[in-house]
Write a protein of this length. Structure first.
Lengths: 353, 281, 299
């Protein structure tokens, strides 16, 4: 049994969205385009406006200015119940007085679909989310993960052209979160539905999305595929928000920067000041016990295949470095070591005051 | 919310306005009634004479004394039981809950009918036994202990609900265990860790009991005692204006006290914040 | 050394934990249970005993029987019982209808001050209005009340001491009681439900019909029976409004107890009390399961 795929995947466009709540600015001119069939993650710290953007697409918020377009049609003023966008909420959104089938069939019932037909559809959708045998259960009889599966089925019941996921996994246990995350990805691929996924968990965003849009203070910082976001972050904020990043003091010399006694080419734009911070990923630092030994290991954390070392440099800067565990076995907290960057272009950022 | 029509926007003020009208008019009219006496014009006599009127102070003091005693009895009975249920005897919970709800099933007038019957056993059957003295003491008109017993029973459901709401918001077991692991003995753990966190609930329970005792009429009147509420009714025959003045004052004073309590306690138990979605202020 | 110390600590802990499990905690509930058994149990038993004891005035002999109960369901007593039921049902139904929109207006208001003021005022009026409330209405709409005189209501046949007069007074404490009962349930209605309904194509009306009201139904029904019980048991209000011509069971009990009407009717009063307990018991029997279902949905 294959559920009918969404007829046409839609393009979603946010154009110059602005919205303030009292004195706080939730959105400060957001421009973003989501391609048909794409799963795009909106990632950012709390208060960055990602949820507000999603709720504008769902019709629960109205922008002060700017517009929301679906397939080129302006839907900014269309009321929520005629939006054609299925939404999964953070949690607790299932209707407590209805069993799973009736929850999923709620939308079709509002649209006056016949009882037999909507129940058939609901059963199909419950099958799709792996709960085919739980149709007669009530929400309070289900686990958190199962409730979110039903919520997903319900969001798909009206065959929406866009699927909206508002931190659907944040209330779940770590393990359930992983399986459900993969499940969502599978279903999204199967249906080919344009999907916006709001999350504050960078790992969740990187592992699920086709593209990740990093937001900060109501604006878009960068929108790129996960690998590019990680490998070539456009700004220092993105670099530090996505993955782990250490700041090491360095000095600019034209297009190169001197750091830890090495000269590396600068990637991207450099600030005006000569004294800068160089941003380095843990896997881009080498730690050895030979040489000048000007640094000292403060702590080690076993991560499985790699071990993460926290190293204090001579100038008291602390940096993180990942080593293959078999190499790290020879090192312990308190050991004197030498830290060196790998030879590759690096990002630099202005040193915070 | 997007797309609100003027009609859906206007319903709230309309409802609140009508309700305000219904609830304020009798109060306002009562005030007018007390100061605008037919044939005498505007006068504040009804208020100025209250204190000097025979029986006012004695009945008010009696009510306050009864209230204090009732609050003490209720809290001393309920607090240990409620805390113990959270700590070590969850199986007793339904029993205590049932016991505390029973008074709701017996209306005050039925309850007082039963009490009256019991009190009549004194002179009828027990006049030669030492128990008779107890019965006499119970009905001492200066301080009728029987009313304290009755009021404590009637206050149980309210006080229990208030305490239970407070206890539900606090993880008593963890608090006690944390205090114990910091070196506090069991009693000290209760007094220093649990009770301060229940302050709001205790105040609420105490206040509900106070208000119940101050306003109670049925039991006291039918047993022939004369606390505050009974005095108001008795005085109404001869001094209509004053009985209304005292009534309005007592309603307002109770309300203001309760408001102050809500302000001091931060939140009333019923005032659970609505969960607002993220992004909406 | 270290290992043996750890063992010793562990061994020391185990009995301590076992001791706590057999803790004296249940004992703390004993005073409460004993107190209720005496202060509540004895009068309740006395009422039951009296209600079921029929005395022969001529000989003074007494016997157990249902004579009082039968008497309490006949004649003037029957009228009073039915009058109480009719008044309570009418007032409770109206109060539920009026209280729901008021509670929603208060709960959905953004003003915290309004909310606190209304909820505390409600708890004063709902639980402790009694006598003061009766006098406020007498002063307003009684025979020489302010509004009665100013608006000449008496000429239009108005009387506070009638069935509808009492309903109007009862609403003054029943509507607040409804607000108090239903407000937590309205608070429990999650924003996500409304948004999920909208998201699934429901209009505001459809949301109320298909989600909010069904979810609230147990609380609404529970509130309704609670209001009925409260109105049924009310005595102070009616008693303070002397001159009421509406027959009420509470007034009958008080009359019989104080020998106002006929001497020797005490046991019939006890039987009437038992009737009331049965009604109140039924109310609770309906209310509690509804309450449980509602809290499972809304907490």
């Amino acid at each position: 049994m294959t559920p009918t795929p969404t007829p046409t995947a839609a393009t979603v466009e946010f154009r110059g969205l602005r919205r303030t709540f009292g004195t706080t600015t939730a959105l400060d001119g957001l421009d973003l385009t989501v391609a048909p069939g794409e799963l795009l993650a909106l990632l950012g710290p709390s208060g960055c406006g990602k949820t507000t953007a999603l709720r504008m697409l769902a019709g629960f918020e109205t922008p002060d200015s700017g517009s929301v377009l679906v397939d080129g049609r302006d839907v900014t003023r269309v009321p929520a119940h005629r939006r054609d966008a299925g939404m999964v909420f953070q949690s607790y959104s299932l209707f407590p007085h209805l069993d799973c089938v009736d929850n999923v069939a709620f939308g079709p019932r509002m649209r006056k679909t016949g009882r037999a037909e909507r129940h058939r559809q609901a059963a199909e959708l419950l099958e799709l989310v792996g709960l085919g045998d739980k149709g007669d259960r009530y929400p309070h009889q289900l686990s958190g993960g199962q409730q979110q599966r039903v919520a997903l089925a319900r969001a798909l019941a009206l065959r929406p052209r866009v699927l909206l996921l508002d931190e659907p996994l944040s209330a779940l246990d770590a393990k359930v979160r992983l399986t459900l995350r993969d499940e969502i990805r599978r279903i999204q691929r199967e249906l080919g539905i344009t999907t916006l996924f709001v999350t504050h968990d960078q790992e969740e965003a990187l592992s699920t999305a086709d593209r990740v849009a990093v937001m900060r203070g109501g604006r878009l910082e960068q929108c790129a595929p996960p690998a590019e976001l990680y490998g070539r972050p456009a700004t220092a904020f993105v670099a530090e928000f996505v993955g782990t990043m250490s700041r090491i003091p360095g000095r600019l010399h034209g297009g190169t920067v001197e750091v830890l006694g090495h000269r590396l080419p600068v990637d991207g734009e450099a600030p005006a000041a000569r004294e800068v911070d160089v941003l380095v990923r843990p896997e881009d630092l080498r730690v050895t016990a030979d040489g000048a030994c000007s640094a000292r290991i403060v702590a080690t954390a076993f991560l499985g295949a790699t071990t993460r070392l926290t190293v204090r440099l001579a100038d008291a800067t602390e940096v993180k470095a990942d080593l293959p565990t078999h190499e790290a076995a020879a090192l312990a907290a308190g050991d004197a070591v030498t830290v060196a960057p790998r030879e590759r272009p690096v990002l630099v950022a202005a040193r915070p005051a | 919310m997007a797309g609100l029509t003027p009609l859906t926007r206007a319903w709230r003020p309309a409802v609140l306005g009508l309700a305000g009208l219904y609830f304020l008019v009798p109060l306002a009219a009562s005030v007018v009634f007390t100061v605008d006496v037919p044939g005498r014009g505007l006068t504040f006599d009804a208020y100025t004479r209250i204190i000097g009127t025979e029986g006012f102070l004695t009945s008010l003091l009696l009510s306050l004394g009864l209230a204090a005693a009732t609050i003490a009895v209720v809290l001393l009975l309920l607090v240990p039981a409620a805390v113990a249920l959270r700590l070590g005897a969850p199986r007793l919970r339904p029993v205590v809950e049932a016991v505390c709800s029973l008074p709701l099933v017996v209306p005050p007038i039925a309850f007082v009918a039963g009490i009256g019957t019991v009190l009549k056993w004194g002179p009828e059957h027990l006049s030669r036994t030492p128990l008779f003295q107890t019965f006499v003491a119970l009905q001492n008109p200066d301080f009728p202990v029987v009313l304290v017993l009755a009021y404590a029973v009637m206050a149980l459901p309210f006080a229990h609900r208030a305490l239970d709401a407070g206890l539900r918001a606090v993880d008593v077991r963890t608090l006690v265990e944390a205090a114990r692991s910091c070196g506090a003995g069991p009693v000290r753990a209760l007094v220093t860790a649990v009770l301060p966190n229940l302050r709001g609930a205790l105040m609420n329970a105490a206040f509900l009991t106070l208000a119940l005792v101050l306003g109670e009429y049925t039991v006291a009147q039918l047993l022939g005692f004369r606390p505050f509420a009974v005095w108001i009714v008795n005085v109404s025959g001869s001094q209509a204006q004053m009985s209304v003045a005292v009534s309005v004052l007592s309603l307002l004073v109770t309300w203001v006290l309760l408001l102050a309590l809500a302000g001091a306690g931060g939140r009333t138990p019923g005032a659970r914040r609505a969960r607002t979605a993220k992004g909406t202020p | 050394m270290t290992a043996s110390a750890t063992v010793a600590v562990a061994a020391g802990q185990a009995p301590a934990r076992r001791r706590r499990r057999r803790s004296p905690a249940p004992l703390a509930a004993v005073p409460l249970l004993v107190f209720t058994a005496i202060a509540f149990g004895v009068p309740a038993a006395a009422m039951l005993d009296g209600a079921l004891t029929t005395g022969d005035p001529a000989t003074g002999a007494t016997a157990y029987g249902t004579g009082n109960l039968t008497a309490s369901l006949q004649g003037a007593y029957r009228t009073a019982l039915l009058g109480s039921v009719e008044l309570s049902a009418t007032a409770a139904g109206l109060a539920a209808l009026l209280g729901l929109p008021l509670a929603q207006a208060v709960v959905s208001s953004r003003s915290r001050a309004l909310r606190e003021a209304v909820l505390t005022a409600s708890s004063v009026l709902a639980n402790f209005g009694g006598v003061p409330l009766a006098f406020a209405f007498v002063a307003t709409l009684g025979n020489s009340g302010v509004l009665t005189r100013r608006l000449g209501l008496a000429e239009h046949g108005w009387s506070l001491y009638s069935f509808w007069g009492l309903v109007l007074v009862y609403l003054y404490f029943l509507v607040p009681l409804m607000v108090l009962t239903i407000a937590p349930a309205l608070d429990g209605l999650r924003t996500q439900w409304r948004e999920a309904a909208r998201n699934n194509g429901a209009t505001t009306l459809q949301y109320w019909l298909h989600v909010a009201l069904p979810v609230l139904a147990p609380s609404l029904l529970g509130g309704l029976v609670l209001l009925f019980g409260s109105a049924f048991a009310a005595y102070a209000t009616a008693a303070a409004m002397v001159g009421s011509t509406v027959p009420l069971v509470t007034l009958q009990i008080s009359d019989a107890l104080s020998g106002n009407v006929l001497v020797g009717q005490e046991n019939v009063a006890l039987a009437l009390s038992l009737d009331m307990v049965v009604v109140a018991g039924l109310v609770m029997a309906v209310h509690l399961p509804l309450q449980r279902r509602s809290s499972r949905w809304l907490d």
